[in-house]
Write a protein that binds this ligand. Structure first.
Ligand SMILES: Nc1ncnc2c1ncn2[C@@H]1O[C@H](COP(=O)(O)OP(=O)(O)OP(=O)(O)O)[C@@H](O)[C@H]1O
Ligand SMILES: [Mg+2]
Length: 465
């Protein structure tokens, strides 16, 4: 990446030579003949919002020395790396410079290649520092409602993964049962990445009709198919400079997978009905709640695509596997409820927490959030009791189109809830015999099996009534 470098050196010939060597590396160099001039430049550029990435300064200069200038330069341009060039014999000065805040030094005479290496290393360090800073900030701020709450070892591992992969440009695969927070993690990765300023485009591969998915992803040219009156850009194009979430990738039809593989691998493909390959500048994040490895074994998902996506993968733990996060999550969702409704309900006490901990949360954090919220609505006394939790859990089995505050639930969440409770009811009626339940529901046994996986229905839930 090209950087902006302020070069302070009084020897004009030497300055020109250094400047050229730095420009050869692709950097933009601003020369200064004295420390005073350098400080003035740093102040001016900072005011212009055009600060330097690096300041390279000689020590022995007419007037103020390079070392004396360091505090002023740091003040004028905080966060800029400073490297000084000292005489071979003058080690004390070099140490002094470091004490004043220089990040590195090298001694004259030096080879240009040596100088280029030191500069390259320092700039790289700076980039990493900034990315880490951006990441911390994103993790700290976490948009309201999109905070990844959790302190369990499992959640800490998830956050460490986010920290590790966010700065890279590799594709990421997020696995985990429904409601475990895959989208939350995808958001964090995008927001903590160098692409944060770019768009974050999301495609749900399962909710788009199969015959439209290709055009949705890759776009189409005018006349590509009946009804294609105008050309349209695909999501890959729209995500330019940002990230693309391929949600429910497990449901990607087999016939589209080769094209997707090429798009992920070579960052290019054609619009439907188009001949010329378009290049994409996107980072791919894929998520699914199906067992992809199993899909591969069943020949429902291409192995090559799976391996390509699986380079950086994370499996989000089910809520029942990290119950130690329940008190924190409960407090978080109660606080959210308070903020939204103006209520003033304290975090659930021990009895209510015990009840929450005893449940196995097949719908994971999504279901947990719903139940806590309903319990908050039920809490007459202003505190959430175990009985409120009980009632909220029982109500969860019913169909809700709007929650008790009148807020509509999203169509997808509602449909998921309805589907899950119907399947559960059918399984219970059928005494747990899947073929019988499938028949009652009018779907194939395979289809039912897939839905049982999708909703993470636990045999323990199917106890016949
Ligand atoms: N660690 C967490 N902290 C706070 N809220 C969370 C956390 N994980 C999930 N949530 C909340 O739970 C709900 C479900 O999360 P999300 O949509 O990310 O799940 P998902 O894994 O993508 O589910 P699905 O497979 O059904 O798409 C969201 O409202 C989200 O804000
Ligand atoms: Mg999701």
């Amino acid at each position: 990446m090209p950087s902006r470098i302020l070069l302070i050196e009084d020897d004009e010939a030497f300055r020109r030579m250094l400047g050229e060597a730095l420009a050869d590396l692709g950097h933009e160099v601003v020369p200064a003949g004295s420390a005073e001039d350098g400080v003035a430049q740093a102040r001016f550029q900072a005011l212009e919002g055009n600060g330097f990435d690096l300041i390279l300064s000689d020590v022995r200069l007419p007037g103020m020395t390079g070392v004396e200038a360091i505090p002023l330069l740091r003040e004028a341009s905080p966060g800029t790396e400073i490297i000084v060039m000292t005489a071979y014999t003058d080690h004390e000065t070099a140490l002094d410079a470091i004490r004043q805040g220089a990040s590195d030094f090298f001694t004259k005479p030096f080879r240009l290649s040596e100088m280029q290496i030191v500069v390259g290393r320092t700039l790289e360090k700076r980039t990493l520092k900034r990315e880490l800073g951006a990441l911390r900030e994103a993790l700290r701020q976490g948009r309201p409602g999109r905070v990844a709450v959790g302190e369990s070892p499992a959640m800490r591992a998830v956050l460490a993964f986010v920290e590790r992969v966010a700065p890279l440009d590799t594709s990421v695969l997020i696995l985990g049962e429904s409601g475990t927070g895959k989208e939350v993690v995808a958001d964090l990765i995008h927001e903590a990445s160098p692409r944060a300023a770019g768009p974050f485009v999301k495609v749900n591969c399962a909710s788009i009709p199969e015959n439209l998915l290709e055009s949705e992803l890759f776009g189409h040219e005018k006349g590509a198919f009946t009804g294609a009156f105008v050309a349209k850009a695909g999501k890959f194009e729209l995500a330019k400079g940002g990230s693309l979430l391929l949600d429910e990738i497990g449901d990607m039809p087999l016939h589209l997978q080769p094209k997707l593989l090429r798009a992920v691998e070579q960052k290019q493909s054609e619009r439907v009905g188009g001949a010329k390959p378009l290049r994409f500048d996107v980072r791919i994040i894929a998520a699914t709640n199906v067992d992809l490895a199993r899909r591969v074994a069943d020949k429902a998902f291409r192995e090559d695509l799976y391996y390509r996506l699986n380079v950086a993968a994370i499996h989000l733990p089910a809520l029942r596997e990290r119950k130690e996060d329940i008190p924190l999550l409960a407090a978080h969702f109660v606080r959210q409820f308070n903020e939204r409704t103006g209520a003033d309900i304290p975090p659930p006490g021990q009895a209510a927490l015990d009840r929450l901990m005893a449940h196995n949360w097949p719908g994971n954090v999504r279901q947990f959030a719903n139940v806590v919220e309903r319990a908050a609505i039920f809490s007459r006394s202003g505190v959430i009791t175990a009985a409120d939790v009980e009632m909220a859990l029982a109500e969860g089995a019913q169909v809700l189109v709007a929650d008790a505050t009148g807020q509509p639930l999203s169509l997808r969440d509602t449909l998921n809830e309805v589907e899950r409770s119907l399947i559960l009811a059918a399984l219970r009626q059928a005494g747990g015999v899947q073929t019988r339940a499938a028949k009652a529901l009018g779907i194939t046994p395979t289809n039912l099996w897939n839905k049982i996986q999708k909703h993470a229905i636990d045999p323990a839930e199917i106890i016949p009534t």
